[in-house]
Write a protein that binds this ligand. Structure first.
Ligand code: COA
Length: 415
């Protein structure tokens, strides 16, 4: 079966996490992704957080599936020429170097346009134009600068960063959308363009509801779905809301049987209004269904703490999976707190290709997260990440270099 991005060739000049997330997605959709790395070293993550000596780390392998790797020293004059040939023959250049690195290498937007006016140049940077545009940025910096950290955690504690890599992988996702959009526009204009996804912007986009709340707070001085209501105080900025669901349907994380020893014996429980009567029945508080203090969402708001304490008395008598089974029968929205171990072992995720076992020549078998986006006409087959420079000769030959030229460039240290 053909793939959605068959025929699209990507010059993948990315490293670490944000850029590689983007190009891995494009590769899963069928693009030919050629990862350019420095000979001898490669993407720094190949050697970061290694669990097996001298073997590409899981950090690297899990972000670089379905790509080809070619080594080029792009600061070597002959290496630069090879990169120019690649630019001429690719559709998209994706990079996430520190600001200015590509220009310093000699590959300004103007130069790239001269070489290939159809080229789309896609970049992840920490910040867009402004006071921080020259800064180097990693995941947690973006979470802090994009509004996620100040709004995550509990009211009486410090800001907290999330385990979800919304700064890196989140921005990679944004960039991938920008690239396919630019490819689509190119079908009409015939021209390439620059695509920028700044990590601060990407995180803020995911924190959109908190900017909504900032304006609500400024107008009304309170927000009824926040745990600070009605007994706590609100300041000038959106506070941390703990585990409150934030929407019109109050929710919280509640203990389940075994919580004393299992750090993940918890369930997320939502007191959705339409199923309130069923919730009352399940937890044995039938009288709350009609009691004036509990019968309506507005009446319940000042009592949410007590309500969740009562529901928790019930959830603590069940394992999270037993509670799920009972609650789902009544359409009561809830979700188990799953550990990474439970997720890794979940058969249904293996079946859908969301968790995939991959074989690697030096590492052996390992698990990875497959393509979370499923296209019915472009199924994803996850292939192992490339070894450093594994495809240099193959790609160079496709670019038109003879075996003699390849060997001379290698001797000159250009590839
Ligand atoms: N041949 C020769 N030189 C190469 C090369 C190659 N194949 N590939 C990269 N380089 C050089 C670059 O030209 C640059 O050199 P310069 O500093 O002399 O201009 C250097 O290697 C690496 O650049 P840099 O991006 O500064 O790496 P770093 O390790 O210092 O910084 C980041 C890492 C992630 C902080 C930085 O790249 C960054 O801020 N990126 C943008 C935001 C981002 O994506 N952050 C999240 C990462 S998950």
């Amino acid at each position: 079966m053909s793939k959605a991005l068959d025929g699209v060739r990507i010059l993948d000049f990315t490293h670490v996490q944000s850029g590689p997330t983007c190009t891995q997605l494009l590769a899963w959709f069928g693009a030919d992704v050629i990862k350019v790395e420095r000979a001898g070293a490669g993407d720094i993550t190949r050697e970061q957080l290694r669990d097996i000596p001298d073997v590409d780390s899981l950090y690297f392998t899990m972000l670089n599936h379905n790509k080809r790797s070619i080594t080029i020293d792009t600061k070597n004059p002959e290496g630069k020429l090879v990169l120019e040939t690649l630019i001429e023959q690719c559709d998209v250049l994706v990079e996430n170097f520190a600001p200015g690195a590509l220009d310093r290498m000699g590959f300004t937007w103007e130069r790239i346009q001269e070489l290939n006016p159809r080229m789309i140049v896609a970049s992840v940077k920490g910040f867009g134009p402004g006071p921080y545009e020259d800064c180097k940025v990693y995941e947690n910096v973006a979470q802090c600068a994009g509004g996620a950290a100040s709004t995550t955690g509990f009211d009486d504690g410090p800001p907290v960063v999330s385990g979800a890599q919304i700064g890196d992988s989140g921005t990679g996702l944004h960039l991938a959308l920008g690239i396919v959009t630019a490819l689509y526009q190119r079908t009409q204009t015939g021209r390439g363009q620059k695509v920028l996804a700044a990590m601060q912007d990407g995180v803020l986009n995911l924190c959109r509801v908190k900017l909504r709340d900032q304006q609500r707070l400024e107008r009304t001085g309170t927000m009824k779905e926040y745990p600070q209501y009605p007994n706590g105080t609100f300041g000038e900025a959106v506070p941390r809301a703990g585990n409150a669901s934030g929407g019109g349907q109050p929710g919280w994380i509640l203990k389940c049987k075994g919580w004393e020893t299992d750090p993940n014996a918890y369930i997320y429980f939502i007191t959705q209004a339409p199923v309130w009567a069923k919730i009352c029945n399940v937890i044995g508080k039938e009288e709350w269904a009609t009691h004036p203090d509990y019968a309506t969402p507005a009446a319940r708001l000042p009592h949410l703490k007590d309500i969740f304490a009562e529901i928790e008395r019930w959830t603590m008598t069940k394992s999270k999976f037993e509670a799920m089974e009972i609650l789902n029968k009544y359409d009561i929205p809830c979700g188990p707190i799953l550990s990474m171990k439970e997720i890794a072992e979940e058969p249904s995720l293996r079946k859908t290709g969301t968790i995939v076992e991959v074989d690697h020549p030096t590492r052996g078998k390992y698990l990875t997260v497959g393509n979370p986006i499923k296209l019915s006409d472009s199924p994803t087959e996850v292939k192992r990440s490339p070894l450093l420079g594994e495809h240099t000769d193959e790609v160079m030959a496709e670019l038109g270099y003879s075996p003699e030229q390849i060997s001379a460039l290698r001797t000159a240290g250009a590839i």
